[in-house]
Design a protein around this ligand. Structure first.
Ligand code: FES
Length: 272
């Protein structure tokens, strides 16, 4: 496994930040009324070029934004998506937060550790895969979830997860279950910096379980409360709190009716 932090010397895998990258970093800083607001995408851009947040990257961002190296470093070491150690070609994140863990996330992670012969936050000897336990990715309805370069792989099993990493290591095409085909962690970092790769519409996004609530709401006539005041409706001056209270009452009434209907008394998954 690869765990050492390199010396900081320029290598083919960690090139210096060239004029094109410097121009892009400057362009990000110019997007915001307060330049320092650009720090997060700038750090992603550094990672897309150098494979991690290097000391050079920290100093460069600091200089462009008029911050101290310590301020930039504090941000780069606070958020887990910023890496100080060199990353593999692909980042594989297994969600082992509560729901995914009990649905099999821990088993997936253990199986990958054993197959790849690495532990958490380590990279395979061939430099292909960096494995990490990750927190909830807001995809609990597809648990257990694995992320590859932040693309979703839903409803994983230890076997399907191993198949994905083996295909990645072999350089074979891999398609996310919700999202685009897999490129590389560095390319994904460039997208996170705000530079589109043209793949935003590739693959399904919202699907199945995520849309179930919407279908139920439509079926039962639920809608989000409107906060607009409209003299024509006689509800002028209605406050947000009043609108929410009314919506809650309507929802509760609707639920009571639904619970009392014979069609809903069976309940359970098999009735979906
Ligand atoms: S707990 Fe895994 S996506 Fe939420």
């Amino acid at each position: 496994m690869v765990t050492d932090t390199p010396t900081g010397e320029e290598t083919p895998f960690e090139p210096a930040l060239g004029p094109d990258t410097l121009a892009e970093l400057e362009s990000l800083a110019a997007l915001y009324p307060e330049a320092r607001s650009a720090l997060l995408p700038m750090l992603h851009l550094v990672q897309s070029v150098q494979g991690r947040v290097t000391s050079e990257g920290i100093a460069t961002c600091a200089e462009i934004l008029g911050l101290s190296d310590a301020e930039v470093s504090a941000v780069a070491t606070f958020y887990t998506m910023y890496k100080r150690k060199p990353m593999g070609t692909h980042h594989v994140g297994v969600c082992t937060n509560t729901l995914c863990a009990i649905m099999g996330g821990d088993e997936i992670f253990d199986r990958l550790c054993s197959r790849l012969e690495i532990g958490n936050d380590e990279t395979t000897e061939d430099g292909q895969i960096t494995l990490e336990r990750v927190e909830c990715n807001a995809a609990c309805d597809f648990a257990p979830v694995m992320m590859v370069n932040w693309e979703f792989f839903d409803h994983q099993t230890p076997e399907s997860a191993v198949e994905v990493v083996e295909r990645l290591r072999a350089g074979e095409p891999v398609q996310a279950t919700r999202g685009a085909h897999i490129t590389s962690w560095r390319e994904a970092e460039r997208v996170l910096a705000g530079f589109e790769d043209g793949l935003v519409d590739e693959g399904p996004t919202a699907a199945g379980p995520s849309l179930a609530g919407l279908a139920i709401a439509r079926e039962r006539g639920w809608s989000a409360p409107s906060y607009e005041t409209d003299a024509g409706t006689g509800r002028a001056g209605e406050s947000k709190a009043e609108a929410e209270a009314e919506a809650d009452t309507q929802r509760a009434e609707s639920e009571t009716v639904a619970e009392e209907s014979p069609a809903d008394t069976k309940g359970g998954k098999g009735d979906d």
